[in-house]
Ligand binder design. Structure first.
Ligand SMILES: *Cc1c(COP(=O)(O)O)cnc(C)c1O
Length: 410
């Protein structure tokens, strides 16, 4: 049986797993202690729960629990990593390298650092949305202190050659940070095998609660230094002041444990659903283009441009399916997605881009429903487009002229 609306926006956020929620509940009610309180049982219980969560979180990425710093989410982790490292290494150099397809948290932190006098190079990606090692190597100068490249992209799902970049940075003795928010829990990450200095991730992208995340800071030598960005208590080894979000951290830890246990199987079934969605849409709708490399890609992500269609109008027409336009973040602003721009899409393709994010709780019935829904709406739009010019309209359409600037609107 289908339940509406259907949620297909798992790159934006995910539903909290019931087991994670259940693990959290006692830390709102009986065990509401402050994990920094050393003088009584309430504090000890909270601290013990945080320690367990720290182990669960570390295990998912195969790192040492002591290398995990809990934060309020990936945005804070990224701010702490980039600003904290820039401040700590400012005497060594003032150059930072990142890419044109990073999340706003990285881009805005870098902009902030530019205003403080750092130089930032934003390297290009290719048409498939993959950054090249050569581009990064070319950008490195004697002043480069930090490279930040996301593990997987939140809009087009592309997976970056993180292992090669980490090797390059190690060789050049440059710090490497990766925003792994979309990757952790979805694809294998083993920090015992890849040397990464700083790695940011978030609970709510992997079926944990919102408002909690982590920064991994390598404990290996040579020591990675960051300067704390909030003043206050000595929590998290003095690197992140403020009372810990104990229930949130407990839920995050549980979510990490669940992901570690079922990741391989889940990735396979989600990828099957994703491929079926693409195949189904392709067989009902002409001219669909996949944005971003289809192979080096997160299993649950699909970003499509549907020529002749205005994505906003299509999404409004599909009331009972929750998807987003090319980028969830850009939907709040009028600017087109910087990621779709970076992979070289023209205006039409950007305007017609839709992002699907398939997750743990989606079913094949839902995918079939969405295929039918998209097929019907798109073909309807194309047939009824104001100028009736869509080159992709089906038989019923009047396709006598191709006019790129026209869109089908509701
Ligand atoms: C969601 C996301 C973030 C921000 O995470 P929050 O925990 O919501 O602050 C950062 N980077 C990427 C790639 C994301 O997908």
């Amino acid at each position: 049986m289908l339940n509406f609306p259907i949620y297909l926006d798992n790159n934006s956020t995910t539903k909290v797993d019931m087991l994670a929620l259940e693990a959290m509940l006692p830390y709102f009610t009986e065990n509401y202690g402050n994990s920094s309180s050393k003088s009584h049982q309430f504090g000890w219980k909270a601290e013990a729960a945080v320690n367990i969560a720290r182990k669960q979180t570390a295990k998912l990425i195969s790192c040492e629990p002591r290398d995990i710093i809990f934060t309020s989410g990936a945005t804070e982790s990224i701010n702490l990593a980039l600003k904290g490292a820039a401040e700590a290494y400012a005497t060594k150099g003032n150059h930072i390298i990142t890419t044109k397809i990073e999340h706003e948290a990285v881009i805005d932190s870098c902009n902030h650092l530019e205003a403080k006098g750092f130089n930032v190079t934003y390297v290009d990606v290719d048409h498939n949305g993959i950054v090249s090692i050569e581009e990064i190597e070319r950008a490195i100068t004697s002043n480069t202190i930090l490279v930040s490249v996301m593990w997987a992209n939140n809009e087009i799902g592309t997976i970056q050659p993180v292992k090669e970049i980490s090797k390059l940075c190690r060789l050049k003795k440059i710090l490497f940070h990766t925003d792994a928010t979309q990757a952790v829990g979805k694809i294998p990450i083993d920090l015992s095998k890849i040397h990464i200095d700083l790695l940011s991730f978030s609970s709510h992208k992997l079926y944990g609660p919102k408002g909690v995340g982590a920064l991994y800071k390598s404990g290996k030598l040579p020591r990675v230094r960051i300067v704390r960005q909030t003043d206050g208590g000595a929590q998290e080894k003095g690197l992140r002041a403020g009372t810990l979000n104990v229930p949130g951290i407990v839920g995050f830890g549980k979510a990490c444990q669940i992901s570690a246990d079922c990741m391989n199987k889940e990735a396979k079934s989600i990828k099957t659903l994703r491929n079926r969605l693409l195949e189904g849409i392709n067989s009902g709708v002409n001219g669909v283009k996949v944005n971003g490399d289809l192979h080096s890609r997160l299993p649950g992500n699909l970003n499509l441009s549907i020529p002749g269609i205005d994505a906003d109008s299509l999404i409004i027409a599909m009331k009972d399916v929750a998807v987003s336009t090319g980028s969830a973040c850009s939907s709040e602003s009028v600017e087109p997605s910087h990621v779709l721009k970076a992979i070289g899409l023209d205006k039409d393709s950007m305007r017609s881009a839709i992002r699907f994010g398939i997750g743990r709780f989606n079913t094949s019935e839902e995918i079939e429903y969405v295929i039918n829904c998209i097929t019907e709406k798109v073909n309807n739009f194309r047939e009824n487009s104001p100028s009736n010019i869509s080159p992709f309209a089906n038989e019923g359409g009047n396709n006598n002229k191709v006019n790129k600037g026209d869109y089908a609107e509701v």
